[in-house]
Design a protein around this ligand. Structure first.
Ligand SMILES: Nc1ncnc2c1ncn2[C@@H]1O[C@H](COP(=O)(O)OP(=O)(O)O)[C@@H](O)[C@H]1O
Ligand SMILES: [Mg+2]
Length: 373
């Protein structure tokens, strides 16, 4: 990444073509750019907002085409092979840097990296075999979660355990792959921070959001105002982003325990907990990601009002049933419905927290009443 400020009218290549790519494309078209998305799926959501190159992430011909056609390459999917990112880095400009991708793809290297930055994490032990799983359990000495080092998302690739039998069963269930065993954190809440960094080190930070999960999938994110952990979270993001020479939007998830932050994981991309910023902040995370990788001035991360984001998982509501409520913005990714699949989200905006709470109840009622389809 040279950090040279780019002009408008560029062709931006994106690794991945899911809903994150779709929303990046929507933001980027408004800034005068066009897009190509590399994604092996038949009709991924981002195909609606750009050219779709249907190929595997390590397909040499597809990668050659991408670097030939595009002025700049970015990503919206973090499990793109590291070798792909490194190859692109040698032939074109890519942001975020491949190094960030490599670290985020492996829970062990990620945790060690956080510790190197002086950040607190949950207790953890790495393991490769059933025997090591037992000694890891003895070390942690309590309930916890066994997580595959690679390819986990939305609570997949992890198993909770209470005792040593649970660890053995979990290791089998996960397919005897390299794992980390984490002690269970008795957290008060979970929060995350989305931030953007340019090559010259300038950064913009969104307010922390408080995140609620259901069945391992993000259910709702509430935008926090004047949270005492805003500054410590910004410092953590700054430390991580600077250490990686990061360019683009970066997200860090935290546990809050005894009022203090423990880093859980990072995502080298725009993030579900930042979706509220589309319509809820002066400049969305999608636009700020593009501004950051283009070397353009970063936009204001300020929320317009009290805000929350509610994911629509497994089924979509009737649009009119939810849009009749004031302050509701609906985003439909155009995906076919499947249980546990993120199909869209609602951003709810209100003048203050009290009104937001009342409107949120009405929204939940509308979602419960409306025939899903
Ligand atoms: N060590 C832990 N202690 C308590 N809860 C945890 C721990 N690790 C994960 N969780 C819970 O599981 C969720 C998903 O885990 P995470 O590591 O973020 O994986 P994913 O990649 O699926 O998001 C977290 O948001 C949190 O609710
Ligand atoms: Mg997570």
């Amino acid at each position: 990444m040279s950090g040279i400020i780019k002009s408008s009218g560029l062709h931006i290549g994106v690794l991945g073509g899911g809903q994150l790519g779709q929303m990046l494309g929507l933001a980027g078209i408004g800034l005068g750019h066009r897009f190509s998305f590399l994604d092996p799926a038949e009709r991924p959501p981002a195909a609606q907002v750009g050219r779709h190159i249907r190929a595997e992430y390590d397909d040499p011909e597809a990668l050659e085409r991408l670097v030939r056609e595009c002025d700049l390459i970015t990503l919206e999917f973090e499990n793109v092979p590291e070798a792909t990112a490194r190859w692109i880095d040698q032939h074109a400009e890519i942001a975020p840097p491949p190094q960030a991708l490599a670290i985020a793809q492996d829970r062990l290297t990620e945790k060690l990296f956080f510790q190197q930055q002086g950040l607190a994490v949950a207790p953890f032990v790495a393991l490769d075999t059933a025997e090591q799983a037992q000694s890891a359990f003895a070390e942690i000495n309590g309930p916890g979660i066994l997580k595959t080092r690679r390819l986990g998302y939305d609570g997949k690739g992890q198993v909770r355990f209470e005792d040593s039998d649970g660890v053995s069963a979990g290791f089998e269930q996960l397919g005897r792959v390299p794992c980390i065993l984490e002690g269970l954190v008795d957290f008060e809440r979970e929060v995350s921070m989305v931030c953007a960094r340019r090559a010259d080190g300038q950064m913009a930070f969104y307010p922390l959001t408080e995140n609620e999960h259901q069945n391992g999938i993000l259910y709702q994110s509430r935008v926090l105002t004047d949270d005492p952990l805003q500054q410590p979270a910004q410092s953590a993001c700054r430390a991580v982003a600077d250490a990686l020479d990061y360019v683009g939007v970066l997200t860090i998830e935290f546990f809050v325990r005894n009022g203090e932050l423990l880093v859980n994981e990072m995502a080298p991309r725009v993030h579900n907990s930042g979706h509220w910023s589309l319509g809820g902040a002066v400049c969305s995370q999608f636009e700020n990601h593009l501004r950051a990788i283009l070397g353009w001035p970063l936009g204001s991360t300020k929320p317009h009002s009290a805000a929350l984001m509610r994911n629509l998982v497994g089924a979509m509501p009737q649009p009119s049933a939810v849009l009749q409520l004031p302050g509701v913005l609906l985003q439909d990714y155009g995906k076919s419905a499947r249980p546990g699949r993120k199909l869209g989200h609602i951003t709810l905006l209100a003048a203050d927290q009290t009104t937001l709470d009342a409107q949120s109840e009405k929204l939940e009622q509308a979602l419960a009443d409306t025939p899903f389809g």
